[in-house]
Structures are given as structure tokens and as C-alpha cells.
Design a protein around this ligand. Sequence first.
Ligand SMILES: Nc1ncnc2c1ncn2[C@@H]1O[C@H](COP(=O)(O)OP(=O)(O)OP(=O)(O)O)[C@@H](O)[C@H]1O
Ligand SMILES: [Mg+2]
Length: 532
Amino acid sequence: MNVLEMLHDPELFGRTFRRNWRGADTWAAWRAFLGMLFGMALDDEARSIASSHTARTDFPSEPFREAFVIVGRRGGKSLISALVATYLACFRDYTEVLAPGEVGTLMVIAADRRQARVIFNYISAFLQTPRLKSMVASQLKESIALDNHVTIEIHTCSFRATRGYTLIGVIADEVAFWSSDNSANPDTEVLSALRPGLATTKGLLLGISSPYAKRGALFHAFRDHFGKPSDVLVWKATSREMNPTLSMATVAAAYARDTASARAEYGAEFRDDVVGFLSLEVIESCVVRGRLELPPLGDVGYAAFVDPSGGSSDSMTLAVAHREHERAVLDLVREVPAPFSPESVVQEFADTLKHYRISTVTGDRYAGEWPREQFAKRGIQYRTAEKTRSELYLELLPALTSGQAELLENKRLIAQLVGLERHTSRLGRDSVDHSPGSHDDVANAAAGALVEALGHEPVYAVLELAKEELAARNAQTVAKRADAIICPKCDWHGVAKRGPIFHCSRCGHEFGGPPKEVGPPPRAGLLERINR
Ligand SMILES: Nc1ncnc2c1ncn2[C@@H]1O[C@H](COP(=O)(O)OP(=O)(O)OP(=O)(O)O)[C@@H](O)[C@H]1O
Ligand SMILES: [Mg+2]
């Protein structure tokens, strides 16, 4: 059975994908996509739809091994992901590619738990149809084992993509919105880790998402393969092109509210107004490898910044930094993930601040009164930041790009800094924020502390003068040594002149003096007599 027969079969999914909107056929675009994806013969209508969404005129007769679908919100992406997953899991024969006892995994990866649940519910519902129900061997919270040695697993993108899976297919839902605190490029990294698992089964990798900024796996696939006779299929369509049941009024209202965002969300255009704020290269050039934290030093004045949180959902973070010449040096970052008791975290942070002899901490201006009271109770003054998060990032930018900031080797900090994006408004004003669904609590505290530190007096200036003087003195000594007399016996510089004789203070050797008279050697016993 091919995927389109499965779609139409009244005993399978015919009811879901029937003519359903004032008798109209609203699934034609998705059928054309599925036909092209699986290398099926397309009729003229399907060819015309397919070529308008792929900008291609070739329609390969082999199934694609890799495909990316760029479709707006509510366009039917998750439902089709679930349908493809069900088709691959239930209607393909893997006896040729699986060793006896080997399990083939169909992996569905979503941007977050909610999206994962949506797809899981769609798949569970498909598997409830009488024809497929008997195939389900067991169903757990995030996986369904079938009786044909295939397991469907649902994950979020933050899972560690372990190698060693035999994969019969990977479906990457909303791949443009994948974010992880432990990785700067979770989409590329997770997909790269999973690709080898598809090699032996010749399984399909399907990325399906609304577009977002011009970066990441989805954008790169679009840039490299859209409109080209490539072995990677890229399909791009607006929400209403794929789902004509979506009301025009909903889309129009979204455009009226925020055109730039609606162009991406419903118009399926990558955003020009959102760009990455800092490249990984810039950040890595500031990271001091192997430096996880710096202990407090006696003669240094430190700055600290805290990003408070009520403890129920966001992390609470603290960073300490100091200035060294023209450079801002990050000494410490601390993050306490939610849930936590705010009072105990303030206590922990206050202890850390005292360790660095810090009596004033700067903090987010939106945090309200409680951090001020809590820190004050523990002898620390909480000063509200004058700058917004976005202003702090923009102010730190020149220090980072010119290498005047030293960062710690902290994975979460690096991932969060890379995840920051710059939005340009229609008035040309820039703002910096984390990408949708990700966090920047660690980056925010670090940026706050570094900017505070840059505003400090360079505490090492005095020390530096002393260092320079020392260096100058050393240079003088070396210069003196250059014309010093060296002992010919032990190479020591410490040779003193005593009258015409040179005396080595290390080995006692004496040399030089007036040239010895040339003549017959003194007679035996003469010297002894003179000395007496
Ligand atoms: N072509 C279509 N014809 C009829 N109904 C459709 C069509 N496409 C999608 N739908 C319906 O639209 C709803 C949204 O589908 P789905 O959750 O798959 O969209 P999505 O693109 O994943 O949305 P989101 O961007 O919000 O994640 C579902 O009820 C689905 O049945
Ligand atoms: Mg969806």
C-alpha cells in the first residue's frame, strides 16, 4: 500500500483526509507533496502544485531520502508528520534491512514537550483505527512498540541524540525552533548525530517547520536545495496554500498586528529582520579554554549582576566580573534552575558575593521589590540596572568583537550567547533577545556583570605600573650584564675587580692583572721565602 492509498482508504484515514470543507478538496497540496516525496507518478494537477512549491521541473521517480518542508503556522505540518511516521512504521517491510531481533526506530523530534504531545496524539489516534490497532504491542508515554520490530519514539530536541540507533525514519517537527541550553546548534547537531542511523535502512529524514531566521538546518536546506534538481526535496508554501480551511481573517489579523512576524508565521518567508547577534567564532575567541571560574584576588574590585526569578519556571543566575586594563574578565557564573526556594538562592548568592568582597549587586529592573529586600537582609545592596537586557547586550558587543572580554568555558553561557538574536524594527531600532522557546538567564547575568566591570576603574593600572617598572629594572640589569666580566672558569657574572686582578665571587678564581714577566721560572723555595 502506498501513502496515498493509505490516505484515501476509508478503513484507514479516509475520514480524516476526505473532502471536508464545503465539499472542497482541501488536501490536494499535501497529496502532491506526499506523491513527490515518495517518488510516485504525479498527475498534471499534482505536478503543477509541486512545481509551484519546489520551484522544480524534475519529478524523480525514486523516493527522497531527505526532505525539508517550510510551511506556515496551522498548515497541517504536525498532522502530516504523524501520517508519514505512521506510514513508515506500519506499511513498510524492514525484514531485509533489520537483523534478526533488531528493532527499527522511527524517531519523531519536536521543539518542545507540547509539540511532541500533539504529534504523539495524532500518531496514537491513527494507530487506533481497527486495521492498525492490532499492530500495537505496547504503548508507553513517549513510545509505541509495534509487532513488526518497529518502535515509534517521540523526543524533544534537547535530548542527547545517542548513536547506535537503527533508524527507519526521522521526523524533525518545527526544526527552525529547536533550542537547547547545552548546544549552540541543536538542529544541526541532533540531525548530524542521527543521520548515520538511517544509512543501513535508507530511511527518510523529514524536517518540517514554519520558517524563522535565516540560519540553521532548515534555512541551509532552503538555500542549498530549493529550486534545484537536488536529491534533497525542499517544499515551501504559505499556511493557506497547504490548509485552505484556515480563515483568511485570522491571517489578515496577524499581518495587521505584526507584519514581519506574520510574513514568517503564515507567509512562510524567512525573516530578514531577525539575525544572529553573535557568531560562535566571536564568542569562542573570547572564551579562555579550561577556565571554569576564577577565585577572588586580593587587590581586585569586582562587579556582580543577578537575574532574579521567582523560582517556579526560570533559573536564577549570578555573574561576577572585574576589569583588567581595558578588558572585562568574567570570574564566575552561577545558575540555579527552577524550581527552587528564592530565599535560599539569595542566601547562596549573598555568600558568594561576600567571598568576592562585593557589597552591591546590580539586577534586573523588572524583578520588583523582593530581591532588594532579600539581599538587604543579608547585607547586600541590590541596585536596579539602569539598562535593559537588550541594552546590556548591545553595550557588550564591541568588547566581545574586539576581544576585550574574557569569558569562561561554560557551555550554557556559550549556547545562550549564540542563541541571542537581533531584531530590527521598522524604525531601524535594534533590540536583542533570546530566540523563541530558549533562555538567556546565564547570558544576561554575564553581560550585566561584564558591562558593570567595564564601567569600573581598571583596578590593575597601579599593579601594571609596578610591573612595568620591574620590567625596566630587569632590562637594566640585563644590559649591565651584557658588558659584565665573566669568570672564564665557571661562567659567573659576579666578578669583582681588585686592583688589577679580577676575582670570581662564586669559585674564587682570580685572573687578569699585569702581564706576567717572561723569564726563567723562579728558583725552588724562592717564593716561600718571599712570602715569609
Ligand atoms: N489541508 C487541510 N485541510 C483541512 N484541514 C487541515 C489541513 N491542514 C491542516 N488541517 C487542520 O489544521 C489543524 C492544524 O494542523 P496541524 O496541527 O498539523 O498544523 P501545524 O502546521 O502543525 O500547526 P502549528 O504551526 O500550530 O504547529 C488540524 O486540525 C488539521 O486537521
Ligand atoms: Mg505543529
